[in-house]
Design a protein around this ligand. Structure first.
Ligand code: NAD
Length: 333
């Protein structure tokens, strides 16, 4: 048997992106440890070792980072707009503890590289007031004025990475995700994000025969969406690169939530009426400027929204069918 490509830790390995990342690192030949409060919900982890632990505790972080070369720091208490807009203090408290202890443990244990997963939510609200927004470049994060506590905490941890690099020589990476979606992520229960929520609503509309779905706000708010396979490819490429500054990772195709719902309905093969109801909308418009991404990685996400949504919708429709028939759809490998 050949030696592993390296020893990687994925924090948040029980979550959506972490679970997919573990699978892709295994395919690349890494020995992988996953850590999370919980095992993945919909599919068994591919990790060589999986620790169930609370990373708000310093000792859990030390155990998780022991003997590790590369840390992919994904663990976070987070969710879609509904969760982010209603849980500011919990988000700030829990994520600050996770990140402070994870990076310190990485330093103490002599980890070689640490990649931190930040968010497009760091960008200032005043740059995102129009649906037809200018794509956000990395330097737009300053002067800082994120909309929510979630974005402020991400920005502080970006600074933490910078200072650990400056003060201790820890080799850090910072990625800013723009709305990652795909199968095996939250799709119900309050933490799901717009693509998964729309797939669930459309699937329920299709299966019930009542072809009307609710959209929060007027639905003209815009975003860009990136499929999970492109996301994990980008994470690996960024870790391998020597690039230490924050980098966007997302698609740069801007689309309104109304149009996103229409694409999902087309995939489901039905026509839906959109009923607009009050609800958290986040910023009015947000898009990724991928100029730096292309320059640094020589690559950018390429999987089309339609292709990614087809796979995601198929998986969520299966979950909804399972729910309606009274059972869970079950884990898949
Ligand atoms: P997720 O909620 O599916 O995964 C996060 C995981 O962290 C969960 O499994 C959760 O149990 C775990 N976690 C929370 N608190 C913990 C604790 N105290 N100890 C151990 N584990 C804990 O989210 P995701 O979509 O996979 O996101 C992964 C990372 O990417 C997060 O840091 C998130 O903020 C960031 N991000 C995601 C998106 C996106 O579109 N999904 C966008 C921007 C940033």
């Amino acid at each position: 048997m050949s030696a592993p490509a390296g020893r990687a830790l994925v924090t948040g390995a029980g979550g959506f992106i972490g679970h997919h990342l573990v699978a892709s690192l295994k395919k690349r030949g890494f020995w992988v440890r996953g850590v999370d409060l919980k095992h993945p919900e919909y599919s068994d982890s591919h990790a060589d070792e999986f620790l169930v632990a609370d990373l708000r505790q310093a000792e859990s972080c030390r155990a998780a980072t022991a003997g590790i070369d590369d840390v992919y720091a994904l663990a976070a208490d987070m969710g879609g707009m509904g969760f982010i807009a209603n849980n500011h203090s919990i988000i700030l408290h829990n994520n600050a503890l996770i990140n402070l202890h994870t990076i310190e443990a990485a330093r103490v244990n002599g980890v070689k590289r640490l990649l931190y997963t930040s968010s497009a939510c760091v960008y200032p609200e005043f740059k995102q007031t129009e649906a037809n927004v200018s794509p956000l470049r990395e330097e737009d994060a300053y002067p800082a004025m994120p909309q929510d506590a979630y974005g402020w905490e991400k920005l502080i941890t970006e600074r933490l990475c910078y200072h650990y690099r400056e003060d201790y020589g820890l080799d850090t990476r910072v990625v800013r995700f723009h709305n990652i979606f795909g199968p095996l992520g939250s799709w119900d229960g309050g933490r799901e994000k717009a693509p998964a929520a729309l797939c669930r609503k459309v699937a329920r509309a299709k299966l019930s025969g009542e072809h009307e779905i609710e959209i929060w706000g007027d639905g003209e708010q815009t975003r860009s969406f990136c499929y999970i396979d492109d996301c994990v490819e980008g994470l690996y490429r960024l870790m391998q690169s020597g690039f230490q500054e924050p980098l966007n990772l997302g698609q740069d195709r801007l689309i309104s939530i109304n149009d996103l719902a229409r694409i999902v309905a087309r995939i489901a093969g039905i026509e839906v009426k959109l009923r607009h109801v009050p609800g958290p909308m986040g910023v009015r418009g947000r898009n990724s400027d991928n100029t730096l991404l292309r320059k640094v990685l020589g690559w950018e996400p390429a999987i089309s929204l339609e292709d990614g949504l087809s796979i995601t919708y198929g998986w969520i429709e299966e979950q909804v069918r399972g729910q309606l028939s009274g059972g869970a759809a079950g884990k898949s490998a």
